[in-house]
Each structure stands twice: as C-alpha cells, then as structure tokens.
Design a binder for this molecule. Sequence first.
Ligand code: AMP
Ligand code: ZN
Length: 116
Amino acid sequence: MSEGDCLFCKIRDQKIPAAVVYRDDDVLAFKDITPRAPLHLLVIPLRHIATLTDGLPEDAELLGKLMLTGARLAVEAGHGADGFRVVMNAGPNAGQSVLHVHLHVLAGRALAWPPG
Ligand code: AMP
Ligand code: ZN
C-alpha cells in the first residue's frame, strides 16, 4: 500500500476526520473508531512506516517516542495508577489491519492476558 492510499496518512493530512488528542512534529494520537476499552487511542508516526519490521535503526527514537507518548496520554487520561496497555500488531497473524505503524493504548478496564 502506498502512502497515498493509506488511511492513517489521510487522517494525518486531515483528509478524513478523526478525534485527535495530541499532535507534534513527529507523532499523532487519535481515538480508535472502534474502542475496545474505555480509553482506546492510536499513536502513529507522522511519517508513513507500513509495519514494525520496516522500521530502520534511525527510526529508534521515533518508535520509542510512540511508547512514551502513549504512556503520557494514558497517565493524562487518569490511568497512571490503575494501569494501561500499549500494544502494536505487526502482520496478519497479529491482526494488523492498517499498514501504517500504530500503537494501541488501552485503559479503563481489566485487560485479559494474553490478548486473543
Ligand atoms: P490493527 O488491527 O492493529 O491494524 O488496528 C487498526 C485499528 O484502527 C483498529 O483498532 C480500528 O478500529 C482502527 N481504525 C480503523 N479505521 C479508523 C478510523 N477511521 N479512525 C480511527 N481508528 C480507526
Ligand atoms: Zn500511512
């Protein structure tokens, strides 16, 4: 899938709407359209990276920033004490359905382990 066809690039470019909760020069966070928990955010790099295995060594800081941003947003939403999960699906067996790297941030209920 090219960047031009990518759903999350379209959200980044405001060609389709999303409930954006945070944006800076590197990352964008918005509410998942089908929330699986009371808090369910997606944090994406602004730059199109299709899947985690496409990440390069020079992407380490950017990909780490996804994690730290997800954690900060979970805390800011009031889930620092009760806890949260950050998880990234990569490839078909993990259920990755959008080929633009995205970190799920889930909170607000007890989360089963292991996931599905
Ligand atoms: P994954 O299955 O890990 O690729 O996650 C893709 C996520 O994107 C799913 O949780 C979907 O609910 C979510 N999603 C799909 N379309 C949209 C959209 N237009 N706005 C927000 N989230 C979306
Ligand atoms: Zn994209």
